[in-house]
Design a protein around this ligand. Structure first.
Ligand code: CA
Length: 221
């Protein structure tokens, strides 16, 4: 799950990056409105956290440009502006949620999960397919009711596939959804994660579609 963090306060941003990383998001951080607009125009994010008081371009202008350009990424505004009219303005411009500073990090994470659920049409924090079950809040994996230990990247890969059970993902698509800019990446990394998941869960948990890539298995135990 790739998330864009737009925040010019360095200490707040570094705390958020830690918390989001721990919650297994892949975080990109930009510090001004112009960089934010450029990053969002690439449309490679699943979620965005947007401060309003930003250098170079106000967060509201970033939001307006994003929606005017047809960008649909869910945006949570995180701002010190706490007047009702500020919240209304941001929501009317296309923000999906609005949290005022200071805030509780656990509440922020819960609100992000709501945006993810809405985006994927899920009513609860779970993804299921047959005997396979992912809990997005606990970040746990179960197979036939047995808890399976997986690494951070393995969880993200499984989650990506499960969110779109009928889609065949190319390696490149999977890499892009799992890595931040500048993250070092071995060329066979996806194949290695798939290998590990098959070994830990079931040989059929992920199917290879020859010449195209991977998709989630049927979940038959
Ligand atoms: Ca600010």
């Amino acid at each position: 799950m790739r998330i864009l963090l737009v925040e010019d306060d360095e200490s707040l941003a570094s705390g958020l990056r830690l918390a989001l990383g721990r919650a297994r998001y892949t975080v990109e951080h930009v510090r001004d409105g112009v960089a934010a607009a450029a990053a969002l125009a690439d449309n490679a994010f699943d979620l965005a956290i947007l401060d309003l008081g930003l250098p170079r371009l106000d967060g509201l202008d970033v939001l307006a440009r994003l929606r005017a350009g047809g960008g649909v990424v869910p945006v949570l505004v995180l701002s010190a502006r706490d007047a009702v009219r500020d919240r209304i303005q941001a929501l009317d411009l296309g923000a999906d949620d609005y949290l005022t500073k200071p805030f509780d990090v656990d509440e922020l994470l819960a609100r992000l999960r709501v945006l993810e659920r809405r985006r994927s049409g899920l009513p609860v924090n779970q993804l299921r397919r047959g005997a396979l079950q992912l809990d997005l809040a606990a970040m746990s994996v179960r197979w036939q009711s047995r808890e399976v230990e997986v690494q951070h990247r393995e969880f993200m890969l499984l989650r990506r596939l499960l969110e779109h059970p009928n889609k065949v993902f190319s390696r490149q698509e999977l890499e892009e959804s799992m890595y931040g800019w500048g993250d070092g990446l071995a060329s066979n990394a996806i194949d290695v994660y798939v290998h590990h998941l098959r070994r830990k869960i079931s040989p059929d948990v992920i199917q290879t579609v020859r010449g195209l890539g991977y998709r989630i298995g049927t979940g038959d135990a």
